[in-house]
Design a protein around this ligand. Structure first.
Ligand SMILES: [Zn+2]
Ligand SMILES: [Zn+2]
Length: 335
């Protein structure tokens, strides 16, 4: 075995040494490579360039299709001002409401594609509106997703957020999206199958381990934990999930939902404080309610800062390269 760097203390070397870590939830490997953060990179991309009139601003309600549901002030009419958050059909949907049935390896992409406009004012982030706003926002999104996921016609209902151009957003005004598909996506199903095959829930096991290790914990409150997972694929990645086994975030008790909103808001506020406005995805995971293996799912919200690109190596191997060890990320986020 060759000495990696003569003269360098073992501890200092270990801090910089790249390592492979396996995510026990999906079985994928990630490459934690702190040294890569040092490489020269082109100037930072802007968060997102703002162009033209914004269809999501209060007063511009007519620029979106009629709203499906909204968090409104009393007596304010639908599709007019006086709201805190609203859900409208996506103007450029990826799926359609009705279609000609297909057979064989094709399935008509029937589903629902909606936008959750997070706030009436034109802002790139609604975090500044406070935790109470996020409680209302998450309640609105939860009700909409729960209404859809109870219908087996939706194979899977995905709530997600793309914030910033690097995370896939095309509009600056803070928003999330709900997109349902008629099939159960491979990734969602394979996580359920993996839990079944393991004979235990890998998320329960991971949460137990992270709580005992403590080095990657961000917060624990009201039966939920927030932590930077051991095999984080993204710099400053955070998972928020219940400590006890629960399969569906959208049917979790009200108190747990509020706690999730609270923790998520705090994590995002802390990240914004440290990183400024940062591109990120939020992903709500769990299990389709009608799936025979649904009980194996353990819901979570994943906060995925998009500070590094996903390029050729990642597409070729499915292995993400992360330049910020989660122990460091958690140290920055913990109280
Ligand atoms: Zn706007
Ligand atoms: Zn579990």
């Amino acid at each position: 075995m060759v000495e990696p760097a003569p003269g360098l203390a073992r501890e200092a070397w270990l801090m910089r040494q790249p390592e492979l870590r396996q995510d026990t939830v999906e079985g994928r490997w990630v490459l934690i490579s702190p040294g890569r953060a040092m490489r020269p990179m082109p100037h930072d991309e802007p968060f997102l360039t703002d162009e033209g009139a914004c269809p999501f601003c209060e007063g511009n309600e007519q620029a979106t299709p009629p709203e499906k549901v909204a968090w409104r002030l009393p007596h304010s009419p639908a599709d007019g001002p006086g709201w805190r958050a609203r859900i409208v059909p996506n103007r450029y949907p990826a799926v359609v409401q009705t279609a000609i049935p297909l057979s064989g390896p094709q399935v008509a992409a029937v589903g629902t594609h909606e936008v959750v406009v997070e706030c009436p004012g034109h802002r790139a982030s609604s975090v500044g509106l406070g935790a109470a706003h996020w409680h209302g926002l998450m309640r609105l999104a939860r009700d909409r997703v729960a209404g859809m996921s109870g219908d087996p016609a939706h194979g899977w209902v995905q709530l997600f957020k793309n914030a910033g151009g690097a995370a896939g957003a095309s509009l600056l005004h803070a928003h999330m999206q709900i997109l349902s598909v008629p099939v159960v996506p491979h990734r969602v199903e394979s996580m359920l199958e993996r839990a079944r095959d393991l004979g235990h829930c890998p998320v329960c096991r991971m949460v137990e381990w992270e709580r005992s290790e403590k080095t990657r914990m961000v917060a624990e409150e009201g039966g939920l934990v927030a932590f930077c997972p051991f095999a984080s694929g993204f710099p400053h990645e955070v998972w928020i999930c219940p400590v006890g086994h629960q399969s569906h975030w959208e049917t979790t008790p009200e108190a747990t939902l509020q706690k999730m909103a609270d923790l998520l808001w705090r994590v995002l506020a802390r990240l914004e404080e440290r990183l400024g406005l940062f591109p990120h995805n939020l992903v709500w995971q769990g299990a389709p309610r009608h799936h025979p293996l649904a009980g194996h799912g353990h819901w979570m919200v994943r906060v995925l800062p998009r500070l590094n690109g996903i390029a050729g190596f990642e597409w070729g191997t499915g292995m993400l390269i992360n330049t910020v060890p989660p122990e460091e990320a958690a140290g920055m986020l913990a109280d």
